[in-house]
Design a binder for this molecule. Sequence first.
Ligand SMILES: CC(=O)SCCNC(=O)CCNC(=O)[C@H](O)C(C)(C)COP(=O)(O)OP(=O)(O)OC[C@H]1O[C@@H](n2cnc3c(N)ncnc32)[C@H](O)[C@@H]1OP(=O)(O)O
Ligand SMILES: O=C([O-])CC(=O)C(=O)O
Length: 438
Amino acid sequence: MKTFKETLAEKIEAWRPRTERLIKEYGDVEVDKVTIGKILGGMRGLKCLATDISYLDPNEGIRYRGYTLQEVFKKLPKPPGSEMPYVEGVFYLLVTGEMPNEKELEHVLDEFSKRRILPRYVYEVIDSFPCCSHPMSIFSTAILTMGRESFFVKKYHAGVSKKDYWESTFEDALNLLAKLPEIGAYIYAKLYRDGKRIHSNPDLDFGANFAHMMGKEKPYDDVSRMHFIIHSDHESGNVSAHTGHLVGSSLSDVYLSISSMVNGLAGPLHGLANQEVLRWLQQLMDRMGGKIPNEEEMKQFVWDTLNSGQVIPGYGHAVLRKTDPRYALQREFSLKHLKEDPLFKYVDMLYKVVPPILKEQGKAKNPWPNVDAQSGIIQWHYGITEYDFYTVLFGIGRAIGITANLIWDRALGYPLERPKSLTTEMLEEIAGINKSDK
Ligand SMILES: CC(=O)SCCNC(=O)CCNC(=O)[C@H](O)C(C)(C)COP(=O)(O)OP(=O)(O)OC[C@H]1O[C@@H](n2cnc3c(N)ncnc32)[C@H](O)[C@@H]1OP(=O)(O)O
Ligand SMILES: O=C([O-])CC(=O)C(=O)O
């Protein structure tokens, strides 16, 4: 049987000529138009990145290596008696483009398990954070601190050929990913459980080990697997993926790149929206004194939020134009496992009332819920009520897709990313605005 790395090496060799040919023979073919609207509008929709790890269709949602999420959950191997697949399996899929068979999976499980031990100084760095630090700041720093472990940096200093950069990036990726559950669980223990840490269990898979270290019973192992898998990738243009790619493009190592992407994920318009959903719902619960609001009360709450100039967290999207399939998947899970949870009833009612209100308001291009509208209440249901922590969970998942991208960035020799900027005056000139019009 070929190892994970040998399988990848073959794929890379076969893929490289495709990219090289596109650059050499078709480098001048136009793909998109850069307009002033796109430049000043956050480059929304501008087709200017390439990745084969995943693709986001505005109506259908994300596909990992061509598979819809439904297919990913159906086809990836699952631990015996579990509803959700192995997280390690999705990494194999994202990196190689293939579903692992039993032997390949066993090998990947072993690769993760043997790399999971966290250097002592990471605990010390986490311990040294001042109180009230946001878990995402701690998470980002813990990852950054481990830069000294980078195998890529050692190889780079040794003068390894560009063509081989992907190999040490692959090692760094596995080394980091295998440690993220422990970093996350230790941050949780430090902030919310008086530092009472539960040691990792090498016999458990990624999701089950995380649940174990969080002190949670079944089905939290499946909740973790589902969470990490659905958050792992969302093509290249979202803030976290793009940040990871950009930072990596200067040949910064995996630790620097992933720490940076975590900082982008920590903004309320991106990953932090899952925490904002809970914070926002808490305000409603306080207002209602614990009683479930009726539809009219919920509508009023949504309008009050909009009228005060805020966004409805968990709704809208820069690309999607339908309900996010990640939302749908979690809704399906919630209907099965936590239908009677009062918070689920809030979220369920929001699904009915928010889209028509956003349509009536007429601003948001997408009135439908995204992944963040549903993920936090599942965590809440299983006793993780410290919602500041939720984006760390997102970050653990997202690192899986971004490291897969970083490996392929190195394999295909993607260059330093460096677009060109213009001044407002130059844009006015291009637009044909005369000085006297200004
Ligand atoms: C994992 C993720 O990152 S998923 C996204 C998580 N973020 C959220 O859920 C936060 C709430 N949603 C939003 O703020 C936005 O929908 C974003 C940031 C996700 C996408 O932003 P854009 O692509 O600019 O959205 P869009 O083109 O529809 O925005 C047009 C207008 O509608 C507004 N709008 C978009 N979504 C919402 C919303 N949920 N509530 C209220 N207004 C909204 C925008 O703020 C913008 O207003 P403006 O013209 O006054 O600036
Ligand atoms: O695609 C986006 O812009 C945001 C998003 O849903 C993600 O990154 O998961």
